[in-house]
Design a protein. Structure first.
Length: 377
């Protein structure tokens, strides 16, 4: 019988140890679903970056789940901000049996995907979809990381009526689940507070020319326009307000227009200073904790920050905390722990009500000064 050399024995022993270590490592896959192509790609990349930053930090901490060291990974999928494509992504995540989902970014994709995730019992935490219908479905797997349209739209209406004393406002929405939802809440709340809605117009989330709509609205002499949609349309709208001489009209909107990209899309138009928008959470300049997180993000993804990455980061941390508490990364095991979440996140103290809504969500109002987004104190 041939005797193995000492070197060979060492190699075999090392290989055995490595195999043992590998077998004791638990791979946890987090899916990120957002638009990575098209007009909203900048928002989608920012969202996916938030998940990646959280995963990197979890791996650096050496998190253990059920006594096993966890290695977190990310699978980022492009849902194109399209309901059908989003549903296909959701089914793909279910079929591949990943451990949890951060997404979808848009209400129009998140709502139909929620049913698919419910059917396969896969927890999904949206960092940004604000239409209240998402949590009204009764699904026990869908959660929201920010204030919904009822908070954002109503907050802007209260500002318009109570502080700015506006009496005449026009409303435009892009006909998406998000745009319609937040615009309708604004309209109802504004009307109840004595504001006259002088016009209600509609566009799409693909449009770039709003001259006809704005010309019609100009004839109604509004104090402000509320736009339900995203920065992809709000940017050109800001430029066209200036071109039509509507430089005294405020432009209101929710988190969809409250991005750093808006200043770029506005192309230097002076009317950018007339934008007032609402975002869930606390502004970086008002919170040392948020400011510190922002520095870490910028160091890893310079120039890519938009708006939703901190919510995606917190969502990933919430999923990991539930897995640790349950001692399992199996969705059917840890899902119930999400309802017991009590986590100090970057964006808020995170806890959910029985429907999956965030309890006591914070909200910050912003305006733009010299092309920079500044919190209203």
């Amino acid at each position: 019988m041939k005797t193995l050399a000492p070197f060979t024995l060492c190699v075999l022993t090392l290989a055995a140890l490595q195999a043992s270590a590998g077998a004791d490592t638990l791979t946890v896959t987090i899916g990120s679903a957002s638009p990575l192509s098209g007009a909203q790609a900048h928002l989608g990349r920012d969202t996916a970056n938030g998940v990646r930053l959280a995963v990197d930090e979890l791996n650096a901490r050496g998190v253990t789940i059920g006594g096993r060291k966890a290695r977190f990974t990310v699978v980022a999928e492009d849902d194109g901000a399209d309901p059908r494509q989003g549903s296909a992504v959701a089914q793909k995540f279910c079929d591949s049996k990943i451990n949890g989902v951060v997404g979808h970014m848009n209400s129009g994709t998140a709502i139909p995907a929620a049913r698919i995730y419910s059917d396969c019992e896969l927890p999904n935490l949206t960092p940004s979809a604000t239409n209240p219908k998402l949590t009204q479905s009764g699904y026990k797997t869908s959660f929201r990381m920010m204030a919904n349209d009822n908070e954002l739209g109503a907050g802007l209406a209260r500002l318009a009526a109570d502080k700015l004393k506006f009496t005449r406002v026009a409303v435009i929405d892009d006909r998406t689940a998000y745009g319609q939802g937040v615009a309708e809440v604004f309209r109802k709340t504004a009307t109840a507070r004595g504001i006259q809605i002088v016009a209600q117009e509609y566009t799409t989330d693909k449009a770039t020319d709003f001259s006809a709509i704005l010309t019609t609205i100009r004839g109604k002499s509004p104090d402000a326009i509320f736009y339900g949609g995203t920065d992809s349309q709000a940017g050109p709208m800001v430029r066209q307000l200036a071109q039509l001489g509507m430089d005294k009209v405020k432009l209101f909107g929710g988190d969809g227009i409250c991005t750093l990209k808006l200043a770029e899309l506005a192309g230097g138009a002076a009317t950018l200073a007339n934008v007032v928008c609402a975002e869930s959470g606390t502004a970086a300049e008002l919170s040392p904790q948020v400011a510190d997180w922002r520095k870490r993000y910028e160091a890893k993804y310079p120039g890519e920050f938009q708006i939703y990455s901190p919510y995606a980061y917190d969502a990933t941390m919430v999923l990991a905390a539930a897995m640790v508490k349950a001692g399992s990364a199996d969705p059917s095991v840890y899902a119930r722990e999400l309802f017991n979440t009590n986590l100090e996140g970057v964006t808020a103290r995170i806890a959910f009500d029985p429907t999956g809504e965030l309890k006591n969500p914070a909200m910050t109002l912003y305006r733009f000064e010299a092309g920079k987004k500044v919190a209203l104190k």
